[in-house]
Design a protein around this ligand. Structure first.
Ligand code: 8YV
Length: 310
């Protein structure tokens, strides 16, 4: 008998095909009456596969739930507290996306600093024929502060070093054997750097930590890069400081209310916008999907999970 699982929302084709092979899959979004479908399946369901999180309501609707396999390294959309309370294991898809996310981070920094979107438009619209584009900034020699020197943060740091930038970091604690300057205060780091790169996990603990004060400390020449979660940044303050010139620029892959982006950002020249593309390469998303499937397989075979967070 195949184990029964719930899939909360659509996932990549290769994931769904692999799930169908191994499990009876209840695809909630396809049901006419989602709640009725969930209630009917509930007694036999032992796992959830999801790319869009799992609420307390769904976790508590499944009395025999053992494991949640979540797509993505960040699992802030899964109710971790409810998992702990009900003894549900939670696994994510770390590491396989480190390079893709780090690569896009540096790409966004280059795009902002060297005005790549604007210069592309400059050529396409024939403006070059009328004269050269204005001079831009440069990453070389600039100072970057990384908020969250975890696995992805370290890949970003290494790439920044390759660009001859000076790297510092802030996190809950100083790390041993890390060749970058540590700031115990985010505010002080923001004051000291030209670029602030946000790559700490989302969730209640980090909500709003890139506050108006931190953005103000980064200052009129400073640039913010957010490749983590919109929830870490005070988006209202960000917009206001960009408008007033209190902050130099921003490169944003994530937003508070995706896919909605504050209207005011759309017309700004000192802003680069990206639609949550950090891990969105064919290669990386395939690897993440495989990990969702492999974590479930490990669970049902009684082997250790590949990446257990709870
Ligand atoms: C994905 C991400 O875009 O891994 C993460 O935490 O934010 C991205 O890799 C996201 O998980 C898509 O569901």
């Amino acid at each position: 008998m195949k184990p029964e699982i719930v899939q909360v929302g659509p996932m990549m084709t290769h994931i769904e095909a692999a799930l169908d092979k191994a499990y009876i899959v209840h695809r909630l979004w396809e049901a006419e009456d989602r709640d009725a479908a969930l209630a009917e399946a509930a007694p036999n369901v032992r796992a959830i596969a999801t790319a869009t999180g799992a609420s307390r309501a769904i976790i508590e609707a499944l009395p025999n739930l053992q494991v949640i396999s979540s797509f993505g390294v960040g699992y802030d959309s899964v109710d971790a507290e409810a998992c702990r309370e009900h003894g549900v294991r939670l696994c994510n898809t770390p590491d396989c996306l480190n390079d893709a996310v780090a690569e896009l981070t540096v790409g966004l920094m280059l795009a902002l600093c060297r005005r790549i979107s604007q210069t592309d438009q400059y050529v396409r619209t024939g403006k070059w024929l009328g004269g050269n584009y204005t001079l831009t900034g440069e990453l070389t020699g600039a100072r970057v502060g990384i908020l969250g020197l975890g696995r992805i943060g370290k890949e970003i740091a290494a790439r920044c070093q390759a660009f001859k930038m000076r790297v510092a970091y802030h996190g809950r604690r100083e790390q041993a054997y890390v060749p970058y300057e540590y700031f115990s205060s985010l505010n002080e780091m923001a004051r000291a750097v030209d670029w602030l790169v946000v790559i700490a996990p989302g969730g209640p603990e980090t909500r709003g930590i890139v506050s108006r004060q931190v953005l103000g400390a980064l200052g009129s020449k400073g640039c913010l890069v957010n490749i983590a979660r919109g929830s870490l940044v005070d988006e209202k303050a960000l917009v206001e400081l960009l408008q007033s010139g209190g902050l130099g620029g921003a490169a944003l892959d994530v937003f508070e209310d995706e896919p909605n982006v504050p209207e005011a950002l759309l017309g700004m020249d000192n802003v680069v916008l990206s639609p949550h593309q950090g891990s969105a390469t064919t290669k990386t998303r395939k690897a993440m999907g495989d990990m969702v499937v492999d974590n479930l397989a490990a669970h049902f075979a009684g082997r250790p999970l590949l990446s257990q967070v709870i």
